[in-house]
Design a protein. Sequence first.
Length: 526
Amino acid sequence: MKGRSAGPSEYRRPRAPTLDRPRAKQRHRDQKLQDLQDLEDLQDLQDLQDLQDLQDLQDLQDLQDLQKGCISMASAGSRPRSQRLAGRVCLVTGGAGGIGWAITHALARSGAHVHACDLSPAHLERARTELETARLSSDVTLTQLDVTDHDALRHWISNAYTTHGRIDVLIHNAAFIRWTDVEQMTPQEAELTMRTGYDALVHAVNAVLPLMRATGGGHIVALGSAAGRIFVKGPSAAYAATKAAIEGYTEMLGLELAGTTIGVTLVRPGAVSGTDFFRHHVPPSRMPRLADFLPSTTPEQVAQAIADTLGTRRRHLDIPRYLPAMYRLYAMAPGLMQNLTAKGGNGRRTYAGPGTATPAQDTRAPRLLHRLGPRLIGPRLFASRPVRVPMTRLDTLLQHHSHGRISLGRYLGFGSLLLTTTGHKTGLPRVTPLFYFPHQQGYAIVATNFGQAHHPAWSANLLTHPQATITIDADTFPVTARLLHGEERTEAWKAFTHAAPGYQTYADRSNRHIRIFALDNPTPSP
């Protein structure tokens, strides 16, 4: 050891005797457990402190809202209001129809003061009627406006600011739709698509930014589209170009305003069912076949997602949620996706929703089945219990797991839906597969019960609880059932028996008055 520095081993503690090793290990484990417990106690203390800080912050926010007069006891007693949106001033372009109307309604229900503009007199009139029904007229100001008239657009924004002294939210939803090939679209129509979607957004943002800065902040929301991100055959070139321009502009705007009190969100919805977009402008043949197998969304779902995003720093809102995966796939292999969608052919699914009265038939079924379908209604063999019960259970299973895309009725040439009612005795949901036929702006269903002497249970459920839901082609809609009488019932019965004379056989065999229900479009609940 002489003349040599001590090595690390010479500073180690002497080993414990062999017999004491288990005891030493136990003490070591006990010490670790104690350290972990102390750490957990510290973490719990920190969590409690964080919760207290959050509670203090919430109490402060509530106090500020009360001081600003944003919470009205009278209005709080009539309908629920979101404290986050109460008293906020929101502008919505294209706000009286489709997604725009759903946004307007959602914001008003959340307590915001909404100024919505729209070019369509029909949309505005229908919106006023629904606002009266929902007792929201005092919260929404509707204005007929062409957003391509930039002076009028700026004047509309200025009036809203003058009335309330602030603008908190701008949602640009206005669009011009001409869904056709380039050769069939005039240059004027292509320019109008861009002016309505992109140019109006630029002018609206230019007008509201100084106002938002002056009042301490705000939120700008632009409606893009998956069609502006994924370029496959089917969509209008002008529409896709406009949505791509909106996306680019909104992305750069968000980068410029990062770190400020003004939030920017780009909304990219996929196929949205139940709007005039598909009722009047876009037939299923203009959609790729691939879209038939993907979930769609509804205006109400888009509107609620937007309302929940306001006041956050969320830059992108994609709905349905599978869209980001589709964007990544397209970015990695655009040619592959374009080839797949082209080879898949045209879409066959209808997205029009309850507003259209077009039964969805599966064109893949052989025409022979379509001719045989009406003949299967009426014969005792197919109405007998050994055949009836398994077929009903199988159809329920198929429609439930395919969300209404696959059903026995569609292969037989009939429109099929999955009806969910509330049991009149149990109060539990009851699901029944049924054929439907067009009736006014909705659907009609008939309670033949395969010619049995008693009424089906689902008809009794609808008499007790008229509110129900239907699932068709992966879309679920709320409906209100209405028992038909008189001439209206007679005309509906003629439609049923004309399509399948066997319905009259069921009626004669049952020896009872067959109930026929209309499934009307839902109305906003007050």
